[in-house]
Design a protein around this ligand. Sequence first.
Ligand code: GLN
Ligand code: ZN
Length: 764
Amino acid sequence: MVSSSVLGFPRIGANREVKKAVEAYWAEKFTADELTKVAADVKRASWTSVKAQGVDFIPSGEFSLYDHVLDHSAAFNVIPKRYVGLGLSPLDVYFAMGRGRQSEVVDVPASEMKKWFDSNYHFVVPEFSDETDFKLNFNKALLEFKEAQAAGVTTRPVVLGPISFLTLGKASKDAKPGFQPISLLPKLLPIYKTLLTDLKQAGAEWVQVDEPILVLDTAAALENEFATAYAELAPVAPKILLTTYFSRLDSNLTFIAKLPVAGLHIDLDRAPAQLDEVISAVKSTPIILSLGVVSGRNIWKTDFAAAIKLGQKAIDALGPDRVIVATSSSLLHTPVTLASETKLTPQQKDWFSFALEKAGEVATIAAVLSGSQDPKVAAALEENNTSIAKRREFESSSDDTVRKRVAAITDDQLERKSPFTTRREIQAKHLKLPKFPTTTIGSFPQTKEIRQARAKLGKGELTEEQYEEFIKKEIGAVVRFQEKIGLDLLVHGEPERNDMVQYFGEQLHGFVFTQNAWVQSYGSRYVRPPIIVSDVSRPGPMTVKWSSYAQSLTSKPMKGMLTGPVTILNWSFPRADVSRELQSKQLALALRDEVVDLEKAGISAIQVDEPAIREGLPLRRSDWDAYLKWAVDSFKLSTAGVTDQLQTHSHFCYSDFDDIFPSIQRLDADVISIEASKADMKLLNTFKHYGYSNQIGPGVYDIHSPRVPGGQEIKDRLKSMLDILPDSLLFVNPDCGLKTRGWKETEASLINLVEGAKWARENY
Ligand code: GLN
Ligand code: ZN
């Protein structure tokens, strides 16, 4: 019999219960017990609802109050010294590591976060050194396995594998030079042994051990580590399902197939072409193959016929008992259930499938492959065929005007009229910014009042005019605030934006929106990605009204604010029927028209945010060049339609640049701002090393935490930046937008920032 499995489930709860409870706990409106209770209810609901879909292997242990990698660090006692001995409860230490903590008695910054492979999920980076003292503080997989059992659900626990855990981490600041986290493997394995032994003793038949790094080129060098680790773990563990996702195994397959594991999971959504290779590699072994045919990364209904074909191929080679039908990855990256959507049209609803529906899909596909005679299965298959056929028919009707415009894009549409040095002089005269210009990344605090006003507009309790008045008032306050504290290049604060992607999607043709399709970005931050369903075009200006209103209130220059094409694409659920490149270029053309309109309306600086350009990088290096070509071209296409005096800005929220540097330079933005406060000066050295020619604003403080940076701290940071970068190129700004911050800390932080810039003007 072919069985079915789900690799992980969203943690938020169908009504965002977990997010709300976590935030209530932070605000001291909830006790730890109340929080635990909400979490337990949501876990139980997930287990029982996935079971009710008929899924055989149900995940446990992957639930998290903040991040699963952070859970793992806390469980294994990988707790940086700065969080130890502060008199905090283990739960508060955990949250302090995730988001920092500041009170009268405690002041610790958050740990570094990184994007989880090529997704928009962020994990908290573990920090290792020779002194790391691994201990099993608690066995989360075991606890949740038992918790599920008590709820009447037998689960397959999920554990992050040892090699991925170490290699996703970094050397802590106090580690010896040259220290490599992977060197800790011999010390770490005994802890995993205990964890897995306990699971086995508790009756777990299988354990899902995630080693996602196996889809990276870098895993090739870790063959010996994998061999050692799994030779040690397999004998004491439940049957191990070695789990990979998001890309293909390529040459790593050769050593993977030799590992003493009972099962191997591969992603056939992202890399269907690897199936033949994998089958032949495992054929002569006892390894059971888990086929990730139901996408954990998108919201499209699975094409059963296509999935069945892949499944049948595996069955023909391995027999039905050695085949599992699975989601391609954890469903963490998909919303909970389509059942919560009441505003999609029946036609649209019929295209999609969210986490719970996907659980049903794996069960149905497995049943069909097992030769089920159940009429319900036959009906589900028939229904799927009809839905897929209807979607295909819809896809065939394209927007010819947009398609032709994309086909006609020329190289000179990608270039500014003059080179940067010329533009710079023209812009200096036009904008009259002081040395070390201060600016922010765009958003100011999205207060409760702002969110309430938007909700009221949605419910019809505010008219369009009343809402506009409200937003204008907000913009006015933000402008006055910036003038008061002395910022140089102002922003309007983005109060009208629910989200930097959704806001644009709502005004473009080609998108649809959900009410409840939240997916986790980091911690308690969830986003609701729009869905691209057809060709994209701009029916009219999207931001001009707000930016020009803001400019009318001040004599200082106002920076227009747009989200870039690649980021809109990466933070939406894209279409699966046409290339990402085509979708990106359609978006770029729409934004190009907006940029031109903003300039016409008197705006003299425009920031086009591309924080997602890097995370969109394919996981395999050999695929990078092709991606970077169209991604950078898209950005250039969106910004190059203006005159030389318009200062273009771009912003990125990440700090690894070395490997894509030429592409950053090729963007040719007049100014780029980057997240830099938590990275050491390595980042700036990269800019220096490559001789970056345009202007740059490395963030001087971390905005992911409510902590206020001290005045001296900012001066020190500027000083070390100026040791590396030419003073003429430096802008002074925070790491990222201030949307999630409160006003109090925003004001205090920005006052210190402005003071830092003044100090720099006097001293450099
Ligand atoms: N302009 C956006 C903001 O300030 C940029 C956010 C981002 O980079 N993620 O909110
Ligand atoms: Zn950012």
